[in-house]
Each structure stands twice: as structure tokens, then as C-alpha cells.
Write a protein of this length. Structure first.
Length: 392
């Protein structure tokens, strides 16, 4: 049975992607779940798994091809009899698990089934075999630094090479002589360039969210209460915390722990006008008045934040439409909100106006999957569209 490997639709608005690299060669025996290839959209790099077990018989779209349409056949797999009888053809628009750990395939191969490879392909920074999976970010860093991936010991599941493994290898590889000038060796210069380029391999998503529902709820709460005033910022903090609490795996990843050991959310709040911040724990359980006290510089001085958590940068009054968040040391995911502004919208064939903000997300693909990031950003947008929880 021949199984076709399609270009998957990893995002709702995705129509095409680039084929970055193949992690297996024609003739290789692969197991369902092995990392088969890497694709790159305009927002992230995603690793695609083999949809069936068998032999990779043909690669139709070579590495480096740009603008491959969703649903186009990328390769053919001659599925084994056992796999062919039980596995249906994959749906190109079905959900993809791009970051699941690769299964370890059976390495019993004959010379006839394993085609000859060009000399040097098994060393250096060339494509690794399916037995040695690697994340896209780790691969890019290694290529920029000229690092031999065969010398890197993977610490991930089934020996997967992570960014931390490449960083560690680059750090231990620096052996300048006592008389060498700082940052003068080629290895150090390449390492610096690799770390600088890491930003381009991060997951980056964005969405435009309406603030009118939030503004209306906050106005009603202020009119009905004589206590401390509440603000849109407080409502945003609680909304983000609520969305984060609904995704235990993502919440745990932002704090560097396992879902079983993480029961609270932690937001690291900063403002566009200041590099200092404040921590907000269990924001989904706090009242708006208490959140307002926590995030008010007049009540609590903002200071350097060293704890891990979800980074949140608020720029509603920054004058900047879209702010790209950056990951601070220890962070794996961060959000940033641009200025609140009134924009024209078309609804029911009529032109209306609404106050909106651009929300941008940045995540480390070594810890956060593209599915988690999409689900989280969608949850935040859904809550902002109907923020009735603020009145509870």
C-alpha cells in the first residue's frame, strides 16, 4: 500500500509553506511517528511526523522548495502490510503533531535497502538520521555555529537534541588560549551569531482583538462600585490568566515544570515604558481591585523579575500598533499588546468602528508546541470577545 505524505495545514489561515529539510532519504525504513521533514510557514518552523510505517520510496518536493500549497503530495511511503491494512490515508487538513517525540525505528537494514549517501553526510551539520531527532531551533543554531551535530548528546525524549544541548556544546567548545583576545576566536564569533539568529526560529503568532466588550464591562463595574477603581489592564491580566489556566501543559511549560506539579498561573507583567515588572500569581482567581493594586506602580514598586512565568507586556498607551515580545532569561512564552485604537470594521454589510489591540505571541519551540500557542492565543481572543467572567 502506498501512503501519500501531504503538505499539512498547521494553522487555520495557512495556504502554503516552504520545505526546509528532509530528515530521511529515499529507501530509508521509517516508523509511524518518526520525524520525517521540516516545513516553515511565515510564522514558525514545524517538524512533521511520518503518517505510516514502511519504506520512504520517493521524495517529490525536495528540500529548499518554497511556496508548496497545502494538500500537495510531498513524498510517498510504501507502507508495510501490517501498517497498510490498519492505517487510512492521512487528511492534509487534519491536525498535525509536529513536536511529538520520534519513535526509534528498527535499524536492521540491508545494503540493498539503504542507498549510498554522499560522503560527509553522516557528519557535520547535515540532516540527521531519523534515529537522532533534533528540534528546528537547535538545528539552526548548530548550522550557524558550524557545530558537528554528531558530537552533541541529546537530552530530550529518545535522545532528541534540544536548544539547551547545542548551547551547552557551544559553551564547552570554547577553549581560547590564555593569550587570546576576548571574542577573537572563530568559534566564539560563530556562537554569538548563532545566538543572535535564534530569534528567527521562535514561534511568532499575532491576532487582532476587540476591546469594546472589555471596556463596557469595566465601565459597568466602576459605575456599580464605590471601591477602588478598576482598569482595562486589570481585566486583561485576569483574562490572560484565565486562558492560561485552561491549558495545564502550556502553563507548566511557562514555569519550567510538569503539569502535575503546577497548579497556579504566574504572569510576569511589564509595561512598554519600563523594563521593570511585577509578578501576578493566580490572576484568574483574584478580584479586579486586588489585581489593580498589584500592578499599580503607585502601590507596589516594580522591580526586576527573576522568576519564570508567562511574560506579558502591556502597551495600550504606547502609541505603537504592534509590539513584538521578546523572551527574557528563563521564559518560554510571552505576549505583547499594542496600543488601543479605533478601527473601521465591516459587519453585516455595514461599516462600524471598534477599539482593537494587536496581540503578539512569542514562544520557544523547544518547550512550546505550535498547537499550544495557537490554542492559547485563540483562548485569549475568545475571552476578550465575551469578558463576562470579570463580573463574577
Amino acid at each position: 500500500m502506498v501512503v501519500e505524505v501531504y503538505m499539512p495545514e498547521v494553522a487555520a489561515d495557512m495556504t502554503e509553506a516552504d520545505v526546509v529539510s528532509w530528515l530521511a532519504a529515499p529507501g530509508d525504513e521509517i516508523v509511524q511517528g518518526d520525524l520525517l521533514l521540516e516545513i516553515e510557514t511565515d510564522k514558525s518552523t514545524v517538524e512533521i511526523e511520518a503518517p505510516a510505517s514502511g519504506r520512504l520510496s520517493e521524495i517529490r518536493i525536495p528540500a529548499g522548495t518554497s511556496g508548496v500549497a497545502v494538500g500537495e503530495v510531498l513524498a510517498l511511503i510504501e507502507a508495510s502490510d501490517a501498517a497498510g491494512d490498519s492505517q487510512p490515508l492521512p487528511d492534509p487538513t487534519s491536525a498535525v503533531a509536529p513536536r511529538a517525540s520520534a519513535a526509534v525505528p528498527d535499524t536492521k537494514e540491508t545494503p540493498e535497502s539503504q542507498p549510498a549517501r554522499p560522503q560527509g553526510q553522516d557528519s557535520g551539520t547535515g540532516p540527521l538520521s531519523p534515529q537522532r531527532p533534533i528540534t528546528a531551533l537547535a538545528r539552526r543554531l548548530a548550522e550557524r555555529a558550524g557545530l558537528d551535530l554528531q558530537s552533541v548528546q541529546g537530552s530530550g525524549a529518545r535522545g532528541r537534541i534540544l536548544r539547551a544541548d547545542v548551547d551547552h556544546q557551544l559553551g564547552t567548545a570554547k577553549t581560547p588560549s590564555p593569550t587570546a583576545e576576548p571574542m577573537s576566536s572563530p568559534t566564539e564569533a560563530q556562537s554569538s551569531a548563532a545566538l543572535t539568529d535564534a530569534r528567527s526560529a521562535l514561534i511568532r503568532l499575532g491576532a487582532s482583538c476587540r476591546l469594546d466588550p472589555m471596556l463596557e464591562v469595566v465601565a459597568r463595574l466602576e459605575a456599580a462600585s464605590s471601591k477602588a477603581p478598576v482598569s482595562v489592564e486589570g481585566g486583561l491580566i485576569r483574562s490572560i490568566a484565565q486562558a492560561l489556566s485552561s491549558l495545564p501543559e502550556l502553563n507548566a511549560a511557562t514555569q519550567g515544570s510538569h503539569p502535575e506539579g503546577t497548579s497556579t498561573t504566574r504572569l510576569i507583567l511589564t509595561r512598554a515604558q519600563s523594563p521593570l515588572g511585577v509578578e501576578v500569581e493566580r490572576g484568574e482567581q483574584l478580584g479586579l481591585a486586588l489585581i489593580e493594586e498589584l500592578i499599580s506602580p503607585g502601590e507596589y514598586d516594580f522591580g526586576p523579575v527573576l522568576e519564570k512565568g508567562l511574560g506579558v507586556l502591556l502597551g495600550l498607551e504606547s502609541g505603537v500598533d504592534r509590539i513584538e515580545p521578546t523572551l527574557q532569561p528563563g521564559q518560554t512564552c510571552a505576549l505583547a499588546m499594542g496600543q488601543s485604537k479605533e478601527v473601521a470594521l465591516s459587519e453585516n454589510q455595514q461599516i462600524t468602528s471598534a477599539f482593537c489591540t494587536e496581540i503578539s505571541l512569542c514562544a520557544d519551540p523547544d518547550h512550546i508546541t505550535i498547537e499550544w500557542a495557537l490554542e492559547f492565543l485563540g483562548a485569549v481572543r475568545k475571552i476578550l470577545d465575551s469578558p463576562l467572567h470579570l463580573a463574577l
